[in-house]
Design a protein around this ligand. Structure first.
Ligand code: HOZ
Length: 426
């Protein structure tokens, strides 16, 4: 495969952009080699600057549930371009998107639009502190809630991929407001609350983790978090940036039947444009400025292009519930094909092949400790085997792959064939 253009661009990019990329995992540090510079996307396919074509399972890290350039989204953006790109004043479209979110996500009664998942999570934990008058946040090891200072403690995603110490540049005073516990371990949550429950403002959790690879909640875990937070008067925040509108129209909270106090959304809600949101109980959201005293603002919040894309996406998903059946079927087909030396975790259209030493079968990755036991050298070889054969997966063992409604039976059959060709030989 000729990658000379990507190589030249990457060498040049490293001179002017830290590490040559605008978000760390893109640099391929977790797998080695040269990141592909992308020229364009169409449906489930990516085309790089050297003219190579890939069936892809990154989907811009989650937003592209309908694949690249779905017509309703592209048409909506094009129509708004004629009207202006930013006003810094309210628009009717923002209200329309807010109402679509409230209609779809069971626990959300009021919502505030922001620009990124990081912003949404940062704002949600601040709001929880303001509402409860407490300072501490419980998070789980290997979960990633954006690059919020206090939430980088034991973080997944790029922090896990690069094995970075998670507190460089973060004052100890910020990290000390975070209690990091193992995912899927309710006993430790109960112990933490017994010790300092009167100081804990919230638990923030990815209800299905995507940022240490895909790790599902064990039966009773999310329900347990709901019970403990209620018992101690803390808030439960579901970070549904990845799972929102993906695992069902109402997200993981609808799938598992657990109602958080606050929810953060991103990715699909903006249909591939920079848009995110946080929302939840009206009595809590009413504390956000200017309705209340918890400050949060943004020049581009509710940006017309992003909002129009979000409306088009959410309207499409509302009118086409069969998308979720299709995603389930396609994803199950793919997950049935496990590469040599790996085991698979999947919930709906989120999945990860974990390369665990020894036999694949019967192993379960249920938390960050388990995920870290993966053989990243074998994962890298698998990743490059797939890439060379034209299948583009997330370039890290600690990220979830996403199936889209644009993946065709031919895409899936080809992907399965290439997976089968991989011989682990660790
Ligand atoms: N942290 C994102 C995935 N969990 C990666 C974002 C990007 O590199 O675009």
């Amino acid at each position: 495969m000729n990658t000379s253009q990507s190589e030249a661009l990457f060498a040049r990019a490293k001179q002017s952009i830290p590490g040559g990329v605008n978000s760390p995992v893109r640099a391929f540090r977790g797998v080695g080699g040269t990141p592909r510079f992308i020229a364009r996307g169409e449906g489930s396919h990516l085309f790089d600057v050297d003219g190579n074509e890939y069936i892809e399972y990154v989907g811009s890290w989650g937003p592209l549930i309908l694949g690249h350039r779905p017509k309703p989204v592209i048409d909506a953006i094009a129509a708004v371009l004629e009207l202006g790109t930013s006003f810094g004043a309210p628009t009717a479209r923002e209200l329309e998107l807010a109402e679509l979110i409230i209609d779809a996500v069971p626990s959300v009664e009021m919502v505030r639009l922001v620009n990124s998942g990081t912003e949404a999570c940062m704002s949600a934990i601040r709001l929880a502190r303001g509402f409860t008058g407490r300072d501490l946040t419980v998070k789980f090891e290997g979960c990633y809630h954006g690059h919020v200072d206090s939430l980088l403690v034991k973080a997944g995603s790029g922090v896990a991929t690069l094995s970075l110490p998670d507190t460089v540049g973060v004052p100890a005073a910020f990290s000390e407001t975070t209690i990091a516990l193992p995912y899927n371990d309710l006993d430790q949550v109960e112990e933490a609350f017994r010790a300092q429950g009167d100081r804990i403002a919230s638990i923030i959790v990815e209800p299905v983790v995507g940022n240490m690879g895909c790790v599902p909640p064990e039966p009773g875990f999310l329900q347990g978090l709901r019970r403990v937070t209620e018992q101690y008067g803390a808030l439960l925040i579901f970070d549904e940036v990845m799972t929102g509108f993906r695992l069902s129209r109402g997200g993981a909270q609808q799938l598992y039947g657990v109602s958080p106090d606050l929810t953060t959304l991103g990715k699909i809600v903006g249909a591939g444009l920079p848009l995110a949101a946080y929302g939840g109980r009206a009595d809590i959201m009413s504390k956000v400025a200017p309705a209340g005293p918890v400050y949060q603002a943004g020049t581009l919040s509710g940006n017309p292009l992003a909002v129009s894309a979000g409306i088009a996406m959410l309207t499409y998903l509302e009118k086409h519930p069969e998308v979720y059946d299709r995603l389930e079927k396609s994803s199950a087909e793919l997950a049935a094909c496990v590469p040599a030396g790996a085991c698979v975790n999947r919930v709906g259209s989120m999945m990860t092949y974990f390369f665990q030493d020894g036999s694949a079968h019967g192993r379960h990755v249920r938390n960050y400790e388990d995920a870290k036991r993966s053989n990243t050298a074998v994962f890298s070889r698998f990743f490059h085997h797939m890439l060379e054969r034209g299948v583009y997966l997330p370039p890290s063992q600690f990220e979830a792959a996403f199936v889209s409604a644009a993946h065709t039976p031919q895409d899936l059959a080809y992907t399965a064939q290439v997976i089968r060709e991989f011989a682990a030989n660790p």
